[in-house]
Design a protein around this ligand. Structure first.
Ligand SMILES: [Zn+2]
Length: 261
């Protein structure tokens, strides 16, 4: 316990060392709007502004490759990156890549100079798919991940795996779905919808009780429960996890985790 005077001094020193003030001018009317919006969700103006910035950063940061340039990685991180790189082919459908089951929805025919009809699979390909590379993201392996096996951070655009689970493939694949769903969302909701539809069509003949599984999973009491422990896992996420289970020869629910039965 510090005396009041000591505490004040400590706070001042802490602020000097760790905080950066951002002067922000807004119209008085705008301020009232922000204040009202913050009150409606039961928070202060300061927190409301910071959370809005986080939200914006999570949804609008550009994907920039070359993050690994001139970086040296620990052996563990190298192992992780090699695994991710080697299994990227499992996610080509989420990038609408040539030859994947989503590709038909963006390809267009055109008449070339030779008078023949050609197919263009890149004309409608959004930049975040066309330029996609795993070096737009950071990868970490750490012993200190609280109770998590792995995490994806959309703001830092990074995957972190708990050292203990580095050798557990389905844990890494789970986080890779988060990463690719994030990229899919950046492309726009039309791409997400097309993908959702294509993935459903792909899985439906392979999983006889797919509808039942989706219905059980989709109930808010279930998704809310998972949300509390591990963040949002959409129906699209569930379906992609099934797709990976099938491709990897796992029991359904392995990649999903969270005690999926
Ligand atoms: Zn997750």
């Amino acid at each position: 316990m510090l005396t009041n005077e000591k505490k004040k001094q400590y706070d001042l020193e802490y602020a000097k060392k760790n905080l950066k003030r951002i002067p922000l001018d807004v119209q008085k009317e705008k301020y009232e709007q922000i204040k009202e919006a913050a009150q409606r969700v039961g928070t202060g103006v300061n927190t409301y502004i910071k959370e809005s910035i986080d939200l914006r950063m999570a949804t609008s940061l550009d994907l920039e490759g070359g993050r690994w340039f001139a970086k040296t990685f620990s052996k563990d991180v190298e192992t992780l990156i090699n695994y991710v790189d080697a299994h990227g082919y499992l996610f080509k459908d989420m990038l609408f890549a040539d030859g994947s089951f989503t590709c038909d929805y963006i390809s267009v025919d055109y008449v070339g100079n030779d008078g023949n009809i050609h197919e263009d699979n890149e004309y409608y390909l959004p930049e975040c798919f066309a330029n996609f590379s795993y070096d737009c993201f950071d990868f970490y392996v750490t012993e200190n991940l609280n109770d998590y096996m792995g995490t994806f951070d959309p703001i830092k655009q990074s995957i972190t795996i708990n050292t203990e689970y580095l050798g557990v493939e389905h844990v890494i694949l789970h986080e890779m779905i988060h990463l690719h769903e994030y990229v899919l969302e950046r492309a726009g909701s039309q791409y997400r919808e097309i993908y959702f539809y294509c993935l459903y069509k792909e899985l439906e003949p392979q999983i006889s009780d797919l509808d039942k599984r989706i219905e059980e999973y989709a109930h808010v009491s279930n998704t809310d429960e998972i949300m509390k422990i591990g963040g949002f896992h959409s129906i699209l996420f569930l379906m992609k996890s099934f797709d990976l289970d099938l491709k990897m020869g796992y029991e359904l629910g392995t990649v999903m985790g969270y005690d999926y039965k």
